[in-house]
Design a protein around this ligand. Structure first.
Ligand SMILES: C[S@@+](CC[C@H](N)C(=O)[O-])C[C@H]1O[C@@H](n2cnc3c(N)ncnc32)[C@H](O)[C@@H]1O
Length: 542
């Protein structure tokens, strides 16, 4: 083992994960074959494998992939004939799931008229079933789940009760429901109701977000005894890749033997107040990582101008936004003086984040925002003269707009936003080229560029760009090469994502009558031109 668990360096944070070796950025620090607990989101129960988390595709997704000439990356899944509530992609996955956990929930979730249960409840039901089937406590990892915060620490539970009253009530009710659904089991000396509550709280407050790299969507939640021993830092030295179903932990920075290992629980590119609010609301603790102890003093917090230099034409608008976001304003606090200016800028930030989405109130991203709402939020940030393209939520909003354009089939608009994000935002937010978000964006840009090159409806754009000195075929090859160069230090070639990229890369290289060195030379020549085009894109004019 390259890691060990002991008391954290963060005061009152309980245990932490530590390195027992030195690592360079990109090195594999640890792997887990499958998280101890993995639960699909309710929306994914209908199309994804409940064991390995491979995603099935809808008819729309298949059609869209075929229309844009993109690779078909999804699997076929079949429903469990017992409950018809969960699906598997193979007999092997089904059999592994049955033996370990599904036998404990199959009957419970199939009761006629019972709606799909939330993932935390499903997890608690299965864990309770496993505990009941193991009266001698042979499964140490199962009992160890109870040793995590907050359940193990009465102070942490009190904190939730005091600061997150609504969640405290909801969680108690859901845990009670899980216990009732299981038939209030008799566990001898163990109080089964308390243990269900402890399982539920520890899973729901310590989840690892499980996402699909291939389509950049949320799949579900995970918990693992080793990975979840790592505390959160807003400047982490470790990154977690989810390889459906493997968890791969890599060094983000140089790590020395004895260093505490930190992962991120929330998006660290957000400003201080938003990170704190997300950790408070979703993970139910206040962050005391070394970065947060210095307050809102880092690059993510900087605005282009002091708050009192807000353009005069934005003042009335900002005053109205102060009224609209009064109750939430503290979650978007921007340190500034005087108080009036500070409240105005915080309100603009609140409005823009309300469109881009936060994890507050269990909401991830705001899928409902229209193109106009996203553009209005962008205008508010950029035209007010306070926000740069690298200051959140501007990059979030750009991504949202890009996804909107892609699903509307507006490939060229999507491509221009993607290029801007690729060159202007991502390197500033995530310096490591192998960072998950950057690799996923690169795959998306390769696919969007390919669609631009091969689609008869975009032929004109292709020709025009070529006359302007930018050959989109070379741009496509450039994104494929960048992806190729970073897979090894990110998801890895053996991952489902890596395998799809490998196949696409081989096909592309086999179809180009040039050696790779020559392609690299052509890309090196094209890249500065592409960067200049990307940086010149005015997203508000699209
Ligand atoms: C996934 S667990 C990590 C292991 C945990 N330290 C334990 O002993 O169970 C998350 C919990 O650790 C604590 N924690 C993690 N990161 C923290 C941080 N940056 N500041 C303060 N507490 C933190 C919080 O109590 C949080 O609920």
């Amino acid at each position: 083992m390259n890691v060990e668990i002991r008391k954290s360096d963060i005061e009152e944070a309980g245990r932490g994960l530590f390195s027992v070796k030195n690592f360079k950025p990109g090195d594999v620090v640890h792997t887990i074959a499958r998280p101890a607990v993995a639960e699909l989101d309710e929306a994914r129960l209908q199309d994804s494998c409940a064991w390995c988390f491979h995603k099935g595709s809808s008819e729309f997704e298949r059609e869209q992939a075929a229309r844009l000439g993109l690779p078909e990356v999804h699997v076929d899944t079949k429903a469990c004939t017992g409950c018809r509530k969960v699906r598997y992609c193979s007999k092997t996955c089904q059999s592994k799931a049955w033996k370990r956990e599904h036998k404990h929930e199959c009957k419970i979730i199939s009761v006629p008229g019972r709606p799909d249960l939330p993932h935390g409840v499903r997890a608690a039901i299965k864990l309770l079933g496993r505990l009941k089937a193991d009266p001698e406590g042979k499964d140490e990892a199962l009992l160890d789940i109870l040793q995590f915060k907050p359940a193990v620490d009465s102070k942490a539970l009190e904190w939730i009760q005091l600061h997150q009253e609504k969640k405290w009530e909801d969680f108690n009710m859901l845990a009670f429901g899980a216990w009732k659904y299981c038939g209030e089991p008799d566990l001898g000396k163990i109080d089964s109701q308390s243990v269900t509550k402890a399982f539920f709280f520890n899973i729901i407050c310590n989840t690892i977000a499980l996402t699909s790299a291939l389509d950049d969507i949320s799949l579900g939640i995970g918990f693992d005894n080793i990975v979840c021993s790592a505390n959160h830092s807003c400047d982490p030295n470790l990154i977690v890749f989810f390889n459906q179903p493997q968890l791969l932990l890599r060094a983000l920075k140089p790590i020395k033997k004895g260093d505490e290992l930190f992962i991120k629980y929330v998006d660290t590119s957000n400003p201080f107040s938003v990170r704190q609010a997300e950790l408070n609301d979703q993970y139910l603790f206040s962050c005391r990582c070394p970065k947060c102890r210095k307050g809102a003093t880092h690059a993510e917090d900087k605005l282009l101008k002091p708050a009192d230099q807000l353009k005069p034409e934005f003042i009335t608008l900002a005053d109205n936004l102060v009224k609209r976001h009064e109750k939430q304003l503290h979650k978007f606090f921007v340190p500034a003086t005087p108080a009036e200016a500070q409240r105005r800028v915080s309100a603009i930030q609140a409005e823009a984040f309300a469109v881009s989405g936060t994890t507050f109130d269990y909401q991830k991203g705001n899928d409902a925002a229209s193109e106009d709402e996203i553009k209005d939020a962008l205008k508010l940030c950029l035209n007010s003269g306070m926000w740069s393209y690298t200051r959140q939520p501007v990059p979030h909003l750009l991504r949202q707009l890009l996804v909107r354009y892609l699903s509307a089939g507006e490939v060229y608009r999507a491509w221009r936003i993607g290029a801007k994000k690729h060159f202007e935002c991502s390197p500033a937010l995530f310096p490591q080229p192998f960072y998950s978000d950057r690799v996923i964006d690169c795959w998306m840009m390769a696919n969007v560029t390919k669609a631009l090159c091969g689609n008869p409806s975009t032929r004109e754009i292709y020709e025009e760009t070529r006359k302007g000195g930018l050959d989109l075929q070379i741009v496509f090859l450039g994104f494929m090469l960048e992806l190729h160069d970073n897979i090894d230090k990110s998801y890895g070639w053996e991952s489902p994502f890596g395998k799809v990229v490998a196949e696409a890369y081989q096909q592309v290289m086999a179809s180009v009558p040039m050696p790779v060195e020559k392609i690299r030379e052509a890309v090196a020549e094209t890249w500065p031109k592409l960067e200049a085009v990307a940086k010149n894109v005015d997203v508000l004019m699209l």
